[in-house]
Design a protein around this ligand. Structure first.
Ligand code: FES
Ligand SMILES: [Fe+2]
Length: 416
């Protein structure tokens, strides 16, 4: 499509109709995409990895956010560090691989050498007046929330991350993600805009019709459903199970109540511990645990799934036996990376305590089904016949909250 000017984007943002999906330009336009990278992914806390990906000093990963490559390491004091993956000499990318282990960070071009805190410690042939201390790596804000690694590319990151961390720590801490290991990680590239990926995640209206594996264990009612004439009975039954489960889990010291601030703050999020159907233990094909070694201080396998959704780009399910995390990163207006990471207890032995195929089966199938839904949506919104359609008031409240948050942040950062 022909592209938008900034004033047209501001106009589209102002004209957005509550209760309806977004205009096609939000999914297709390169100008909107660049603005998303600058204002959404450049100014907010972005979920990018889990601590078990870099358990030891010297471990590193790189993550691409648009054109920016970010290097995340664990230093010799066991602290997380994040830098732009760009040499301070003539700008070469420092680490080309997505993960590895280093003693120091050595630029492949002329071997400028940085320590794991980003200080330049060794150069040759730069003369007397050259000051190493003026050429350290450019830092990026990084925070771990109980093992979930968030970065922020802004100079001054949103301050309300601290409040989210305070509220979420009691929910996440019992699972002790930091004492886990990565059992599997899968990257898929979906041919759809990142917002279509997120919107699809924020409703379960589509679950029964599309996710036969996921709905073996998951009740769709926990995902933003409101009672309606069509589902009154099922919803009442679910709410009864939810109340009884919460009473049991809270008595075990596992916070379970819903917190929902998706569109009412800069660092929007939602959490709730949700019951699972059948065996009630884990998101697997028989709803039993996929790994025999339970996490952290959890001793009962049937503690449902703690779901945690963050704006703009992640969701997570913390269960008794494993954690599955999803990071969504935009590549192009019609292309998005979805990185899924499954973690189990670090002492769990593959083939003895867990089987990777069993652990990953439900979400590999679900991701592929969601990919198809997102890709068909992208084709549809590009057709010219698309016009914003109405959200279901009973099942799509959280999609609307995602769009409210997105439009609200874009309005704040793209003033007319
Ligand atoms: S560009 Fe890195 S050492 Fe020259
Ligand atoms: Fe889905």
């Amino acid at each position: 499509m022909s592209d938008l000017k900034v004033s047209q984007l501001a106009d589209l943002l102002q004209r957005r109709r509550p209760g309806y999906s977004l205009d096609a330009a939000f999914y297709l336009s390169d100008a909107v995409f660049q603005s998303d990278l600058k204002h959404i992914f450049g100014q907010h806390w972005i979920f990018v990895a889990v601590e078990p990906q870099i358990p030891e000093p010297g471990d590193f990963i790189t993550v691409d956010v648009g054109k920016q490559s970010i290097l995340i390491t664990r230093d010799d004091d066991d602290q997380l560090q994040a830098f732009h993956n760009v040499c301070r000499h003539r700008g070469s990318r420092l680490c080309a691989s997505h993960k590895g282990m280093v003693g120091n960070i050595v630029c492949p071009y002329h071997q400028w050498t940085y320590d794991l805190k980003g200080s330049l410690i060794h150069v040759e042939h730069m003369g007397e007046g050259f000051k190493k201390e003026d050429h350290g790596l450019k830092k990026v804000h990084v925070r771990s929330l109980e093992g979930l690694i968030f970065i922020c590319l802004a100079e001054t990151p949103p301050a309300d991350f601290e409040d989210m961390a305070q509220q979420m720590t009691p929910y996440l801490a019992p699972h002790r993600l930091k004492d886990c290991k990565v059992a599997a990680q899968v990257e898929i590239v979906e041919k759809g805009n990142w917002k279509l990926v997120m919107e699809n995640n924020r409703e379960c209206y589509h679950c029964v019709g599309n996710h036969p594996e996921l709905t073996l264990s998951l009740y769709e009612y926990g995902f933003g459903y409101q009672p309606s004439p069509a589902n009154a009975e099922g919803m009442a039954r679910f709410r009864d199970i939810l109340a009884k489960s919460h009473a049991r889990w809270e008595a075990m010291g596992l916070p379970s109540a819903e917190i929902e601030v998706l569109d009412s703050r800069v660092t929007g999020f939602r959490t709730q511990r949700l019951p699972l159907d059948r065996a009630g233990q884990s998101q697997t094909m028989n709803a039993e645990v996929a790994s025999k070694k339970l996490l952290g201080r959890i001793t009962d396998p049937a503690v449902g799934g703690l779901s945690f959704w963050t704006q703009p780009n992640s969701w997570h399910h913390f269960m008794s036996d494993h954690v599955v995390s999803f990071s969504v990163l935009p590549i192009a207006p019609g292309e998005t990376l979805v990185r899924t990471t499954w973690c189990v207890h670090k002492d769990a032995v593959e083939g003895v305590d867990y089987d990777v195929a069993n652990l990953t089966k439900v979400w590999n199938a679900t991701n592929d089904q969601d990919r198809r839904l997102v890709e068909e949506s992208q084709v549809g919104v590009a057709s010219g016949a698309y016009e914003p359609g109405p959200y279901s008031p009973y099942t799509e409240e959280l999609v609307e909250k995602f769009c409210n948050w997105y439009v609200g942040r874009m309005r704040a950062l793209n003033p007319v």
